[in-house]
Design a protein. Sequence first.
Length: 439
Amino acid sequence: MKKLATLLLAAGMVVAASAPASAVDTKIDLRYRTSFATGQNFAGDNLEDMRHRMRLGLTMAASENLSAHVQFQINHGNQWGNTHKHGMTDSADKWSNDITARELYMDWTVPGTPVKVRMGRHALGLPAEAFGQNSILGGGYGNREGIVLTAPVTDWLGLTALWTRLGVDGTNLDKNDSDDMYAVAANMKFDGISGAVYAAFATMDGGDYDQNGWNGGFKTTEGDAWWVGGTATISMFDPFVLKLSAAYGEFNATNSGVKNSSGYNIQAKASYKTAFGTPVLGAWYFSGNDKKGRGYMPNAGYFNGTNHFYDGFAALTNSPANTNNTGTWAVQAGIEKVSFLAGLTHDLHVTYMEGTNDKDSGSCAKIDKGIASFQNYLTEEDSLVEISLNNVYMIYKNLAARLELAYIISDLDCKDPSTTKKVLDEDDWYASITFDYKF
């Protein structure tokens, strides 16, 4: 059956690619990455990792008002030689386990109106913050099913509304418990300044949605959450550009034994484009837990404020923080897009980071609660300095080689992790080379 499904999938792509242009306009996009990485984490464990991933997209447009898109993801980040469920060394049948529809949606325009609708599985999210993505609901990580409506109101104002199903308890068909989020945003653009304000509300009925940062996940949690936020990009003094963002959110549980929580974040990033590169200076503050374990802003987003600790590199290996975006403050300086040779660019960043979680909330105690596989829960007594260098060489127009290097100088207060049984007092270092082919 799996072999038959794979053959049908391949046949469908061939038929779509050869369809008459007069009936449907079909476009293909692709990205294939292979990463080789090595390094060491805070516990002193060595890393050796080789992974690859392909994403193949097909967009089929009947007209400018109606189209459909599917993106297949093949072998999602699997290590070479992995013989488990998603490995590919056991037998040819394992290929079918690694083919998933990462995106599957339809775009259409409401007849007689400028309202555009996108429905299905896609990279929906709230407006991007100063460091990119959105820490509440990000559009570039973890695609979700939902519906998004966009409508222009004036030349400077556009409105967006969305609903997304974060998770559903498939084991309880009678109750059909689910987690849902609803949001609205006003997007504004003037000469020299643009931005957005937004509000979101989520209802949790015990759906099968598990995300670190939402108080350890909502698998067994019922309640609701709400957020408000805003972003701004000031470019009137170009080539100087300033990006600002802020958000506040609360989580309120209705089942016993689960702590309510509320928090906020503030971000700012400035850049100045020159002939030799683009100097950048940025900072952020994410509220952390108090002594009672309350202070996190509920989130399901993605934060890549640094290249390694917060997973801003292009390599497929996970970061130490695994994108957990609460409980830290930082300042960052660097220079981007420096080039001394044609086709070769360099990005250099230095980031100083401290935790905002109360020192008595217990960084060690948090490890066995699923927030981190190794240290990313920083207290007020923990600090890090990350130095990262990202080098990109364009071998061909569509093929890049990326050499990514990072070193994290750690001063962690955690001395007796209950799960790893190791002292987390080592520096973290990382080196990878990734071949990135896309069109």
